[in-house]
Design a protein around this ligand. Structure first.
Ligand code: HPA
Length: 252
């Protein structure tokens, strides 16, 4: 099994998979995030890549997504589970909901978002990939089966609106996202998902709701409350990772 976990906010180190070896390599697209490591799980390699760095050094728009995805491809990764923390927009998605999104709307700008830029020397040419369904349906379904058999509450759908950040949205922007059909909002799904597709790596997301999107809650947004929830909910995710990986391995 050649699987990678991309950690987001609150998941900068993975402590539940045992001993790790650090991985660091040059890529044609510059430096990848710091803190990448390799674990042996059930005799297979699993790569953990904390997208913001192991000390949460990079903001969402500052992550070198191309270097990260290139690194994973060069390590032979064929499947990625990406962890994202998000705000809930849909009434069914309050804080603490685990969402396995099925769609994305991209509101980001100015990020290096494609390998097919016609300029680099390793991915020559210009290609227009099919991105109708941005997440791998096969990998999504495997994760959903795991949650069902493990009795872990989750939702099997959600349109992820990806904003630029690092600031949170205005109330009017949240309203616009809702009108557009977004169920959750975060800052990191793109261009990561598209770059994975360009490299033909199966990609699915575990999106953890940690607040109501700005403007939707009665009480004021408190970063302190959000960060507490990020920590406690991500711990739960860390705890089920060994079993999720074992379950996915049965495929191979
Ligand atoms: N908006 C954008 N990104 C986020 C949010 C939010 O409300 N919560 C966690 N990540």
């Amino acid at each position: 099994m050649s699987i990678a976990i991309i950690g987001g906010s609150g998941l900068t180190q993975l402590t539940t998979l045992g001993e790790a070896n650090t991985v660091s390599q040059d890529t044609p697209f510059g430096a990848h995030s710091e803190g990448v490591c390799r674990f042996q799980v059930n005799n297979s390699d699993v790569i953990f890549l904390p997208r913001h760095g192991d000390q949460h050094q990079s903001p969402p728009h500052g992550v070198n997504y191309r270097a990260n995805l290139w690194l994973l491809k060069s390590l032979g990764i064929t499947k990625i589970i990406a962890c994202n923390v998000v705000g809930g927009i849909n009434d069914n998605m309050p804080p603490k909901t685990l969402v396995v999104p099925h769609q994305i709307i991209d509101y980001t700008w100015g990020r290096e978002h494609t390998f097919f830029d016609g300029k680099n020397t390793v991915m020559k040419g210009v290609e227009h990939i099919d991105f109708t369904y941005p997440y791998s349906e096969a990998l999504r379904q495997r994760m959903l089966s795991f949650f069902e058999q493990a009795g872990i509450d989750h939702l099997n759908y959600g349109t992820y609106g990806c904003t630029q950040g690092p600031r949170l949205e205005t109330a009017a922007e949240t309203q616009r996202l809702e009108n557009d059909g977004c169920d959750i909002v975060g800052m990191t799904a793109m261009p990561e998902a598209a770059l994975a597709r360009e490299l033909e790596i199966d990609y699915a997301s575990l999106s953890l709701v940690v607040n109501w999107a700005p403007g939707l809650a009665e009480e004021e947004l408190s970063m302190e409350v959000i960060m507490q929830l990020v920590a406690s909910e991500m711990k739960k995710v860390c705890d089920f990772f060994p079993n999720l990986l074992k379950f996915l391995e049965l495929d191979h």
